[in-house]
Ligand binder design. Structure first.
Ligand SMILES: *Cc1c(COP(=O)(O)O)cnc(C)c1O
Length: 222
């Protein structure tokens, strides 16, 4: 990573923040998605003041954040990728917010992890708004029951997240997620990524998850 890359990251961050604040009087929180990013990219965006981060794998999140967490007390770490039940305890230890509750078994394991660690975290339910068979998330019809299950287990669920199908316009999916959240009295809405964070903001997102628009294209060979 060159000095120019590092300057670019801060510039892109400021441009996105200003775009979001033009769209909405209460703009969504920018969640910087740091999966696959090198240390220099993390340091660059931290130096620019970014404090809220999304990761989609527990192991990589530890590599990125376990040590930094000790020196940066105001970090907020959000798990945005699918969670295997057997990683629940590791996830609860590191993440402030887990956005990807999608099944009853995970509720049980997260509740056990909270009890064991003495930590209380914040949760979102991932909704498969496109009902895609290969995609994680509960179907829109199942959200209410899963919310009830999560609450029976004592989990503090505050919102919903979705990843619309890539080949469809995202607007109707964001609208559906917002409607479900309203109906269920949930306040957080995590929707919108690099290609459509502006649209997410227009549909009332409280959090947009942005990776490549901040850091440049990800290098999957790494
Ligand atoms: C990678 C990822 C993002 C960020 O994707 P970009 O298109 O790079 O902004 C957002 N949400 C989830 C769940 C992701 O896995």
């Amino acid at each position: 990573m060159t000095d120019t890359d590092i300057t670019e990251i801060a510039k892109r961050r400021r441009a996105i923040l200003s775009e979001l604040s033009e769209i909405s009087e209460t703009p969504p929180v920018l969640v910087a998605v740091t999966k696959t990013q090198p240390d220099e990219a993390l340091e660059a965006i931290l130096a620019d003041g970014q404090r809220v981060f999304g990761e989609n794998r527990v192991q990589e999140a530890y590599e990125h954040w376990e040590a930094r967490r000790e020196t940066i007390p105001d970090l907020e770490l959000r798990l945005i990728g699918p969670l295997q039940s057997n990683k629940s305890e590791d996830a609860v230890r590191l993440f402030d917010v887990i956005e990807t509750i999608d099944r009853p078994k995970l509720c049980r394991e997260l509740a056990k992890a909270e009890e064991k660690t003495g930590l209380e975290r914040t949760y979102l339910i991932q909704v498969n708004t496109g009902e895609e068979p290969q995609k994680a998330g509960v179907s829109p019809d199942g959200v209410q029951d899963l919310l009830a299950t999560a609450r029976e287990h004592g989990l503090n669920v505050v919102g919903l997240m979705c990843i619309p199908p890539v080949e469809e316009p995202a607007g109707p999916h964001f609208a559906l997620l917002a409607k479900l959240a309203r109906k269920l009295g949930l306040s957080q809405l995590s929707m919108g990524m690099s290609a459509d964070y502006d649209l997410g903001a227009r549909f009332g997102a409280t959090h947009v998850r942005v990776g490549s628009a901040l850091f440049g294209a990800r290098d999957y060979s790494a």
